[in-house]
Design a protein around this ligand. Structure first.
Ligand SMILES: Cc1cc2nc3c(=O)[nH]c(=O)nc-3n(C[C@H](O)[C@H](O)[C@H](O)COP(=O)(O)OP(=O)(O)OC[C@H]3O[C@@H](n4cnc5c(N)ncnc54)[C@H](O)[C@@H]3O)c2cc1C
Length: 539
């Protein structure tokens, strides 16, 4: 039945084909052959039944079974079949390991594009995929005991949720456990202890206050040794097939990310293997964190895109006061403003993915040491604002759980909290600027490539260059500098890669001295270009 003026949801579209900016970026930078795979992935993700899986996995979150019926401790998590179906799709698509399996040029960009598409449909499943992806370089570099078996299972394009010893499995997933009751940002305060055991193994006693995806086959865990904080690979099941002594006390009742399990756990002499030197745990885990932060940026860019496409699709169908919503100049201004945010977020995410390629230019890698935390700060924050705005564009329907917006809105803040909360990543930006002059020079060189096209950009880029070379402050200016870096690098990417109308609108709205710009969406000074911006954003 046709209900008058009730728009159809944004479903049944190929998410890759619907995204001109993504297609252009992939053609430019992704590995050869990626287009076919991404198009197929965009088709799968966009299907109504995939959205239905995402909905089911979030409505029917995981549950903890502490004991079996004979009273034996099992610490098993039960997931809805929709979770497993989504995990199977994503692992077959290589989101947990693709670039490490075939380290060819453009593999990171191809994987980032895939992850970005996935983020538009379901986000909880992305947590174990990200942690597994991020663990590979660390595990390869530090090669703990049994690494070959672990690596062959991690790099498999398969999904095997069974709790078995690693040798018995077809595929494996990895998590990470750093945060304790007394602190997550300051992991030096960790109290969990590691003691050497026979045969080079370690025994870990203590707890973790947040331990996501406890069903993973192993976690990288921080614990105090006699020499300092170490990093350890802690299997879920020991090599002899016995469960490791990891007790799951309870699952967190979370605002969003509800399809995924996040646990409080206790370790009672749990078996673990050292990853890196026993006093270098923070440095070791930070190698992993740079990739998890990259995924926070890509994932948030995906959330922004999903919120935007839902809003625009709705506004193209819904009529108020005798016109389609999108034809009202003020609504067009709001949506065009969000479209700019979305393309900027995508290009910034893909710049960082390029910096992660094995063959990335050293200067791009160096610049990314500043740009990654800045982007993690800014794009994750923007996702929170965009999901709220997009919800409002759908009016009352946007507030109802049948619509994807409430889930996106609840999901958005977590990327800002984990893997370095806002202030922590801003302090990282400041610290890198202060201590790593090669990263500052590389950032300045990156900004120079976009000079001479837009006057607002030139002025802001010059001011940022000056600011980068000022003596470091006491940290209070961290958010200012991180925001400036993120916005100006976004603008540089748009100037280089997007049509002039997009780049100009971004620079003239985000970089101008207009006290009223930017606090909310819909304040573009020249809204006459809105139609062009919207047809570029979603054909
Ligand atoms: C859903 C979910 C899943 C999670 N999963 C995991 C997981 O799998 N593994 C894991 O290890 N952790 C996980 N975490 C924990 C997460 O990483 C931490 O919550 C986060 O690092 C912040 O630590 P905290 O909660 O202890 O806050 P705190 O460290 O107490 O920080 C609180 C606030 O103070 C700010 N702050 C701290 N220090 C400073 C400073 N010097 N200057 C200015 N501001 C400061 C922070 O930015 C933050 O906003 C998860 C969290 C959530 C919400």
């Amino acid at each position: 039945m046709d209900f008058p003026n009730q728009p159809l949801p944004f479903e049944g579209f190929n998410l890759f084909d619907a995204d001109a900016a993504l297609q252009q970026a992939v053609a430019r930078d992704a590995a050869q052959g990626s287009v076919t795979q991404l198009r197929a992935w965009g088709e799968t993700l966009g299907r109504p039944d995939t959205y239905a899986l995402a909905d089911a996995a979030n409505r029917n979150g995981p549950s903890l079974h502490t004991y079996d019926r004979r009273g034996e401790r099992i610490d098993e998590i039960e997931f809805h079949p929709a979770w497993h179906a989504l995990m199977r799709l994503a692992t077959r698509n290589g989101e947990h390991c693709g670039p490490w399996r075939t380290e060819r040029d453009g593999a990171q960009v191809a994987r980032a594009a895939s992850y970005y598409l996935h983020a538009q449909v379901e986000n909880g499943t992305q947590c174990p995929l990200t942690m597994t992806y991020a663990s590979v370089p660390v595990l390869r570099r530090h090669a703990p005991a049994g690494i070959d078996t672990w690596m062959s299972r991690i790099l498999a394009d398969d999904y095997d949720p069974r709790a078995l010893a690693i040798g018995e499995k077809r595929a494996a997933l990895i998590g990470m456990g750093m945060t304790e009751r007394q602190g997550g940002s300051d992991v030096r305060a960790n109290v969990t202890r590691a003691e050497p055991d026979a045969g080079g193994a370690w025994r870990i006693t203590g707890h973790k206050w947040f331990f996501s995806a406890p069903q993973c086959d192993a976690h990288l865990v921080l614990a105090q040794t006699q020499r300092g904080l170490g990093c350890f690979l802690m299997p879920r099941v020991n090599p002899d097939g016995q469960r490791n002594s990891i007790r799951i006390n309870r699952l967190k009742d979370k605002l969003g990310n509800r399809s995924n399990a996040s646990a409080e756990v206790e370790f009672d002499r749990a078996l673990a293997f050292a990853v890196g030197a026993e006093d270098r745990g923070i440095a070791t885990i930070l190698e992993m964190v740079q990739y998890t932060r990259l995924d926070c940026v890509i994932g948030s860019a995906g959330i922004i895109r999903a919120a935007f496409t839902s809003a625009l699709h709705h506004a193209r169908q819904r009529t108020t006061f005798g016109r389609r919503l999108v034809e009202h100049p003020l609504m067009a201004n709001v949506l065009a403003d969000v479209a700019l945010e979305s393309e900027a977020a995508l290009l910034l995410a893909l710049l960082l993915a390029r910096a992660a390629e094995t063959n990335a230019a050293p200067s791009l890698r160096a610049a990314a040491r500043i740009v990654t935390p800045a982007a993690k700060y800014w794009i994750c924050k923007r996702a929170i604002a965009v999901t709220a705005e997009a919800m409002e564009a759908l009016g009352g329907n946007g507030y109802i759980e049948e619509c994807p917006l409430p889930r996106l809105y609840r999901e958005a803040p977590v990327n800002s909290i984990w893997e370095g909360s806002g202030n922590i990543v801003c302090l990282d930006v400041e610290r890198t600027i202060k201590r790593e002059p090669d990263a500052v020079d590389a950032l300045v060189a990156l900004l120079a490539t976009a000079r001479g096209v837009n006057a607002q950009y030139d002025r802001r880029a010059a001011a940022l260059e000056t600011a980068l070379k000022l003596p470091a402050g006491d940290g209070a200016g961290g958010r200012r500098i991180a925001q400036a870096v993120a916005l100006i690098v976004c603008a540089a990417q748009l100037i280089e890669h997007a049509p002039g109308v997009v780049a100009d609108a971004f620079c003239n709205s985000r970089l101008a001295d207009d006290a009223f710009a930017g606090a909310a969406f819909g304040t573009l000074p020249d809204s006459t270009r809105a139609t062009q911006l919207l047809s570029r954003a979603l054909a």
